[in-house]
Design a protein around this ligand. Sequence first.
Ligand SMILES: *Cc1c(COP(=O)(O)O)cnc(C)c1O
Length: 371
Amino acid sequence: MIRLSKSCIGAEERQAVSLVLDSEFLGMGDTVRNFEKDLSLFLKRPAVCVSSGTAALHLALQAVGVGFGDEVIVQSLTYVASFQAISAAGATPVSCDIDPESLCMDLIDLESKITKKTKAIMPVHYSGGVGQLNEIYFIAKKYNLRVIEDGAHAFGSKYSGKRIGSFGDISCFSFDGIKNITSGEGGCIVTSDKRVLQKVKDARLLGIKGDTERRFSHERSWEFSVSNQGWRYHMSNIMAAIGIEQLKKHRVFFLKRQILAKKYDDIFDNVDNIKLINHDYNVIVPHIYIIQFSNRVNRAYIKKSLEDNGIQSGIHYYPNHRLALYKDSSVNLKNTDQIYPTILTLPLHPDLEIPDIEYVAKTLIDLINNE
Ligand SMILES: *Cc1c(COP(=O)(O)O)cnc(C)c1O
């Protein structure tokens, strides 16, 4: 079976985890501090590590004061994690449409959804591309809104020559098992905003003031002060040990994803009934590889037949505005509703080789032609 995605783990990660186990200090300590340092060097800004990408988004929203009665605009075509993070902060996620070329946030729909209650915009860097991020920042400035980038798909991607996370307001990343690098589960918040940094450091440890600093110097807080709602969202030394080794391998991982995605692009170029996202894989690091079918292709049949040929595929994502929790009958997301039934995600991870990509692509083309 060719897997859609998977973790790519070597002897280095095993060894690093083993050292943490030997230390018998599994919680948050030196190893997490070191992972944060490495991430900060990589992204040229301070990074705070947490237990998941969802936790990173939740804490970032809370840190900029998003709460009850507030609205955050987010594209409907994203993982439910983006929406759950907003509702966890007490705010209302407002579903936004996508641009049909990038499948990232649509600027016209974004601006039309801004109200007095809007506090923040959450652009999702879908599949690793970032759409019209400069323009989103321009709109945010015009309406005095915060921007919390969901960069879960875009760790390593560049925009205008700079890495995602190295500029802008706040960027959040996920290191769950299948992302561009993994720490088992995990995530981080990256920003230059010192107030946000201090808030998320405290909030990840139940709101205990200064607990991060004490844990990093092998101490604990006994008589402490808590004045904000916090969560048990810190990263463990075990997770950080995996993350450090994965970050060391980023060049190989990124290059492999780019080479494989380019190979798909080359094979599918000018194939009838298949439309591609126009990504520049010299610049972005793809987390997932998406194709769009024309309306005459039966996606369910293709997905099932790929499976019969030993190929897993996926659908990213079921639109959030259709979920019971976020349903709003007044929203009309023309592009999302039109595009969702046509998308399919093909296998992409660094342990695949060019012949695997050729096999997947050839099988798919045969299926479409013989349908
Ligand atoms: C993976 C993902 C998240 C959440 O990250 P977790 O680490 O799994 O909590 C958020 N948004 C998107 C788009 C994702 O793909």
